[in-house]
Ligand binder design. Structure first.
Ligand SMILES: Cc1cc2nc3c(=O)[nH]c(=O)nc-3n(C[C@H](O)[C@H](O)[C@H](O)COP(=O)(O)OP(=O)(O)OC[C@H]3O[C@@H](n4cnc5c(N)ncnc54)[C@H](O)[C@@H]3O)c2cc1C
Length: 384
């Protein structure tokens, strides 16, 4: 068994980063004053095209991408700070999130020149939105077992099959589709490829699936003889496994994997903690929050150096999503007998607690379950 070290270097304080934080806070204050956005207790789940476009105009989308593709050539750490501030403020970031977080970087790394020139500038302007077409009914954790097929035809590929749990598919323009283009081979990871798919293409049906809270957020997306031109193949046919793994590292490493319940904690401190005094559990939660912030900053620094920190990202997602889940559980226990008795009085804490309790079970599943992440971590430590 070979093991590989897991490293989280401490990111030294940097005055330019602190000043960027202030810039984002000022921008958000102004945006609120101008009515461009309302703070929400779950802004990460709220799509708002005008807010995404305002962020694009401010230069805070596609931040690390080359200028010739509409990017701004800022550092991964700077991007990290902007995303952290947006999430902590409850800004409505949902519309552009997947494009900025993972579809754009994927195209930058594996896309053709035509794809980069066509799609990246629109993503960086906050006008072109993406969804993730990986999971299928019998292929979530075992992603290599997907059955949606793309078969070669004249000038392109004909896609048949169905994707499931596709978040936001009914609201966005394009999907990055992961499909089978050949046999699985001995490694079981051969014969898979990625495609850019315009969701308006004939033959695509998007059917709603309601989540635990009764909301329509994810979907089943069915493909019946959907034609995808050759120009929309991402990278190399058959190399999809390597590509999708690098995409997952972007998906797993950011502050969206530990800030989803932040607003419940914030509202608790504001509405309840100050009156009742804090319990030691709150101290523990805040110290975990700070640790995750530092680990996540460290990942951003590694990405800046061109490292793909897949194992470190898995560790942050495992710890981070566990943390997001425990916040509402702990606060529910702390407030059962007192504050929540006043549930009729309007309260941001009660609203955000209710929202989090209904959504938190999904935090440790989406983007890869905790069992799968722990498998990746154990492997890298040489434990399996
Ligand atoms: C809110 C939400 C949004 C989502 N959005 C998207 C999206 O936009 N696009 C997309 O493609 N997918 C999306 N997903 C799907 C998500 O990625 C999958 O649900 C996840 O990967 C798990 O796959 P599964 O549901 O098939 O569960 P399964 O793979 O069937 O797993 C069931 C259980 O078995 C465990 N398990 C499975 N294999 C192993 C193993 N080898 N070792 C140990 N335990 C194992 C799992 O950990 C889990 O607890 C979303 C899911 C959620 C909840």
């Amino acid at each position: 068994m070979s093991s590989q070290p897991i490293r989280f270097a401490v990111t030294p304080p940097d005055p330019s980063i602190a000043s960027l934080r202030n810039d984002v806070r000022e921008f958000l204050q102004q945006a609120r004053a101008q009515g461009i956005h309302r703070t929400s207790t779950h802004g990460w789940a709220v799509p708002d095209a005008s807010f995404s476009e305002a962020l694009g105009a401010r230069g805070w989308l596609g931040m690390t991408w080359p200028k010739r593709y509409g990017g701004h050539e800022r550092t991964a750490l700077e991007r990290h700070v902007v995303t952290e501030e947006l999430l902590a403020a409850g800004a409505p970031v949902r519309a552009h999130w997947v494009a900025d977080r993972q579809s754009g970087p994927l195209l930058l790394r594996f896309g053709t020149e035509y794809q980069r020139e066509t799609f990246l500038p629109e993503m960086a302007r906050g006008k072109l939105y993406f969804c993730i077409g990986m999971s299928e009914a019998d292929s979530g954790s075992d992603l290599a077992s997907i059955r949606t097929k793309a078969e070669k035809v004249d000038g392109g590929w004909l896609v048949n099959g169905a994707k499931i749990w596709t978040s936001n598919a009914h609201r966005v323009h394009m999907m990055i589709l992961f499909a089978r283009t050949g046999p699985r081979g001995e490694s079981r990871r051969e014969g898979v490829s990625q495609f850019l798919v315009d969701l308006k293409t004939p033959g695509i049906t998007i059917r709603p699936i309601l989540n635990l809270a009764g909301e329509h957020d994810f979907n089943e997306v069915v493909f019946s003889d959907v034609f995808v031109p050759d120009a929309m193949v991402i990278g190399t046919i058959g190399n999809g496994w390597q590509q999708v793994t690098s995409e997952l590292a972007y998906e797993r490493s950011g502050p969206d994997r530990w800030l989803s319940s932040f607003h419940v904690l914030k509202a608790y401190r504001k509405e309840v903690g100050r009156q009742q005094g804090d319990s030691p559990s709150i101290g523990r939660l805040v110290s975990k929050l700070w640790t995750l912030h530092q680990m996540s900053m460290s990942i951003a620094s590694m990405m800046e150096k061109g490292i793909t920190p897949s194992v470190e990202a898995a560790l942050v997602k495992d710890r981070g999503t566990q943390f997001e889940r425990e916040i509402p559980e702990i606060l529910r226990m702390l407030t059962t007998d007192s504050t929540r008795a006043d549930a009729d009085v309007p309260s941001i804490f009660n609203d955000s607690l209710e929202y989090s309790l209904l959504h938190a079970p999904s935090y440790t599943i989406r983007g890869g379950t905790k069992e799968i992440l722990r498998g990746i971590i154990a492997k890298s430590l040489g434990l399996r």
